[in-house]
Write a protein that binds this ligand. Structure first.
Ligand SMILES: [Zn+2]
Length: 462
């Protein structure tokens, strides 16, 4: 055990929790087990915080991308907590993914709790007030690289799994803990590999990405994740000696580009149905502009890059139609215009949007557990960034809640990243209580209406 961390607070919260759990009475054993889960987390508070600190102190920046050391720390902790049978699967030996299945005693769905073990690189070290690889606790927050994104949530999920193993006698379905590599860059070695080559299966997944934005931690329960489509629009002019443009016919590709960009900005109409949690896509045309040669040369070619963040229900095929229609209208207005559309190569051409129904039992169970542990219900919302949901849902077909975890998204990928120490314990409690409710047999019955779970099938690969 390392000694940077100190236990903070908690007595008042524990009393609050016990009182509420006693009022949660729709079964004999449920409130008792729930109280045991909450007590487990209070009893293991210092260990959970210390484990988070050890994860932060074990670098796993991506680039370059090597999660071996941090996975070893997690494996050691799992063993220490009596969680045997973890499996490491990898597309490349330096990029391990860790899977642990808590097998239920009764048939039921598989709930996947998932976090990534890599972080962004440190970046500008001079902007950090503390050493990013030496976790420091100050004013109830732990500072260090990966605290918020998302080693704190990984630690909380490990402890939630341990609590379920220790406190719940009878799970109807399996809990599958997945700690994946490579979220911060290509996703190829983590969720990409797991969702395709490996054949990961589960009935629902919860990613512990930080869910505070401009309010408290746990501000939102993000059930929707917008997709991304990236493309270029290229125009052609006349590359020639710039001293001759008064005597010979010349088209300046940059001037044309400016007109096309403005035309699209004003006239592009996308086909979509407004989503209750995400009313419209974002359209950012010309996020980068390139072209030309330099002084003395009339530019012959220019292009601008653009990204569109797409909503559930939008398709790549329809987006292509919308963009081509707009460019055709532009050609009508600008005779002789030479313009072409080119999507980026995969995966940037189309990251699919994802969505979990707000009526999914786990959504309500997370809200209820939050109310019990935090004293408030997070607002349902759309996750602004990209996440592994893209592969888990888009490729493997596992409905994936893209973000509900401790920390603040705006602090991710920046200096002085931090997570609330108390939030680590709260996250572990929420994950454990919601998982117990989901795997209690009640939601399994509600869930099976979707026809998505099959005990053998869910278990056959991991
Ligand atoms: Zn993350």
């Amino acid at each position: 055990m390392l000694s940077w961390v100190q236990v903070v607070g908690g007595v008042r919260r524990r009393q609050h929790v016990e009182k509420e759990s006693e009022t949660f009475a729709d079964g004999q054993s449920k409130p008792e087990e729930e109280t045991m889960l909450l007590d487990f987390m209070d009893a293991h508070r210092a260990e959970l915080v210390d484990f988070t600190a050890r994860l932060v102190a074990t670098p796993s920046p991506n680039l370059p991308g090597d999660e071996r050391a941090v996975v070893e720390v997690i494996q050691t902790e799992l063993t220490r907590l009596g969680l045997e049978g973890a499996e490491v699967v990898a597309k490349h030996p330096d990029r391990p993914n860790l899977l642990l299945r808590l097998q239920g005693q009764q048939p039921g769905p598989t709930l996947m709790l998932c976090g990534h073990s890599d972080t962004k690189p440190v970046g500008d070290l001079s902007a950090w007030k503390t050493d990013p690889l030496v976790p420091v606790i100050e004013n109830g927050k732990m500072y260090g690289l990966g605290t918020t994104d998302m080693k704190g949530a990984v630690a909380a999920m490990v402890y939630a799994t341990a609590a379920l193993k220790g406190c719940v006698a009878d799970l109807a379905g399996d809990l599958l803990l997945v700690i994946n590599a490579d979220e911060e860059r290509t996703m190829e070695f983590g969720s990409g590999f797991l969702s395709s080559d490996y054949g990961l299966r589960a009935d629902i997944a919860l990613l512990g990405e930080p869910s505070g934005i401009d309010g408290p931690e746990f501000e939102y329960l993000h059930v929707v994740s917008r997709g991304i489509s990236c493309f270029k629009v290229r125009v052609r002019g006349t590359q020639m000696h710039s001293s001759l443009t008064d005597r010979l016919e010349a088209v300046n590709a940059h001037v044309v580009l400016a007109r096309v960009l403005t035309f699209m900005q004003e006239r592009l109409a996308l086909t979509f149905t407004s989503h209750p949690l995400c009313p419209a896509p974002t359209v950012n045309l010309g996020v980068q502009v390139t072209g030309g040669v330099g002084y003395g040369v009339c530019p012959g070619v220019a292009e601008f890059q653009s990204d569109i963040r797409v909503l559930p229900g939008m398709t790549h095929a329809q987006l292509k139609v919308d963009l081509q229609r707009c460019l055709e209208a532009c050609r009508q207005e600008m005779p002789g215009l030479e313009v072409e559309l080119e999507f980026e190569s995969p995966p940037l051409d189309w990251f699919p949007p994802t969505e979990v129904s707000t009526t999914h039992p786990l959504v309500d169970q997370l809200l209820q557990a939050s109310e019990q542990v935090l004293g408030f219900r997070p607002q349902l919302s759309t996750f602004p960034g990209g996440s592994d949901a893209k592969n888990f849902q888009g490729t493997a077909g596992i409905p994936t809640i893209p973000s509900f975890g401790p920390g603040w998204l705006p602090l991710a990928h920046g200096p002085n990243e931090c997570v609330g120490v108390e939030s680590l314990v709260q996250a572990a409690k929420i994950y454990a209580v919601a998982a117990q409710a989901y795997l209690s047999g009640d939601s399994a019955r509600g869930d099976s209406a979707g026809g998505n779970f099959d005990r053998q099938g869910s278990r056959d690969r991991s």
